[in-house]
Design a protein around this ligand. Structure first.
Ligand SMILES: *Cc1c(COP(=O)(O)O)cnc(C)c1O
Length: 423
């Protein structure tokens, strides 16, 4: 057995979080053996408590019909409220600064309706040049919808020569030189392709100095790293719940709006669920927003999609994001060491090495090139490794500390060695 396998076995024996793995449904490989699941960056695994919670809502619906709004074991009217304390802990926010609603790209649009208000020269949105396509489509369509020219008003910041990602200092420089033209910075918490984690407080501060709003897309970072959105002074943030939050495909997403912003003072898109709950059901014509992020809601929430999120957030509360973060850093640190020792000619790690700049995900370029790399990826699949391939040559693996074990790191390293040898 390899030195890494020995070490990871020892770490698992002393891991206080090890038992959480038993509370997830672990997928099987094609031959029926347990798969090595490293795709928490795309779709987190199902908490085994989720089906019962969904089933209870179906039963309450069957038993109660419309009365379920008030009389369900967990009343549907207040269902989204139940998610807030846990989301606030993960976001590093006050409870009234977070809300569970919609899906991610929709939330970006709703928040930009309030926080992207181009006026005169201050018309530009800054994103990274390698932004996730949905985010790029969202900001370009917002610019277009305001009657502006995307070529003029969309600034796609490119990494410096030879670098994988933009650096915080590049953003600071852009905001210092062209700040008066910038209305909004929309930036990821963790970059989906490289796995790089950004210093959100630093980015928000630079945007604020320039008089721009700052929003974060936390699709790859909420539930991955601890956040301190309130203290970072971000204007808003949005996330999905099916990646590291393990709430299932298309799950109910979430948003953060800093307490210094009041929906009542801002323009925005409204619906009855954003109305003050005290008077919502008086059904009056006037829109009186709920306080806090809840004022950005539009529709009543999908209970069947919220139930798995409730199951999942309970696990985060129990484990604690700080402890999860420590385990995550240990796992990715072990793999980085192993890649340095045994794979240096074959694999180029794209994720930064500093602890503060990486989360659960490591991205690596397979230097053999696209075709051999693709063959290695397919060989990994035959060995029961469920990972992710980004064209032309990037392998992404995530070690989710709730359900991945330290031994998964050793198993992956062994599989990778075999796959590269075959390819
Ligand atoms: C996963 C992801 C999305 C997906 O958007 P949906 O609205 O949930 O379909 C958008 N942006 C980023 C950065 C993502 O990682």
């Amino acid at each position: 057995m390899s030195a890494l396998a020995d070490e990871t076995r020892r770490l698992d024996q002393h891991d206080r979080l090890a038992e959480f793995r038993l509370r997830f449904a672990l997928p099987l490989a094609a031959d029926g053996s347990p798969a090595l699941y490293l795709c928490g960056h795309s779709l987190g695994l199902m908490p085994t408590a989720a089906p019962a919670l969904v089933q209870q809502e179906l039963e309450d619906w069957a038993r109660l019909g419309v009365r379920g709004h008030h009389e369900a074991r967990r009343d549907w009217i207040g269902y989204a409220e139940r998610l807030r304390p846990s989301l606030a802990r993960l976001a590093g926010a006050r409870e009234d600064e977070v809300v569970a609603m919609n899906s991610l790209s929709v939330n970006l649009h709703l928040l930009m309706a309030s926080f992207y208000r181009p006026t005169g020269a201050r018309r530009c949105i800054v994103i990274e040049s390698g932004a996730f396509p949905s985010d790029r489509h969202a900001v370009a369509s917002q610019i277009h919808w305001h009657g502006l020219d995307v070529d003029d008003a969309l600034i796609e910041l490119a990494p410096a020569q030879g670098a994988e990602d933009c650096d915080e200092s590049q953003l600071e420089e852009l905001l210092a030189t062209r700040g008066a033209e910038i209305a909004l910075v929309l930036w990821p918490g963790v970059q989906y392709r490289s796995g790089r984690a950004f210093d959100l407080a630093r980015i928000a501060a630079a945007a604020r100095r320039a008089g721009a709003h700052c929003g974060f897309d936390l699709a790859h970072s909420l539930g991955n790293l601890p956040h301190a959105l309130h203290d970072a002074d971000a204007d808003f943030a949005a996330w999905c719940s099916y990646k590291y939050l393990n709430a299932g495909p298309g799950a109910l997403a979430g948003a953060f709006v800093h307490a210094r912003h009041r929906r009542a003072d801002l323009p925005g898109l409204a619906g009855w669920w954003g109305h003050d709950p005290a008077t919502r059901f008086r059904m009056g014509p006037e829109f009186i927003p709920a306080t806090g992020a809840a004022g950005w809601q539009v529709s009543n929430p999908p209970i069947l999609s919220a139930a798995p999120l409730l199951a999942s957030l309970a696990l985060f509360d129990e484990a604690g994001i700080e402890a999860l973060r420590r385990k995550s850093l240990t796992m990715t640190g072990l793999l980085l060491g192993e890649l340095d020792r045994h794979f240096s000619g074959q694999v180029q790690v794209l994720t930064p090495r500093e602890d503060a700049r990486r989360g659960n995900q490591l991205s690596m370029r397979l230097t053999a090139g696209r075709d051999a790399g693709r063959r290695a990826f397919e060989a990994l699949g035959r060995m029961g490794v469920i990972a992710d391939w980004r064209e032309p040559d990037v392998l992404r693996v995530a070690f989710a500390p709730l359900y991945n074990s330290h031994a998964d790191v050793a198993r992956f390293a062994a599989a990778l060695a075999g796959a590269l040898a075959d390819a």
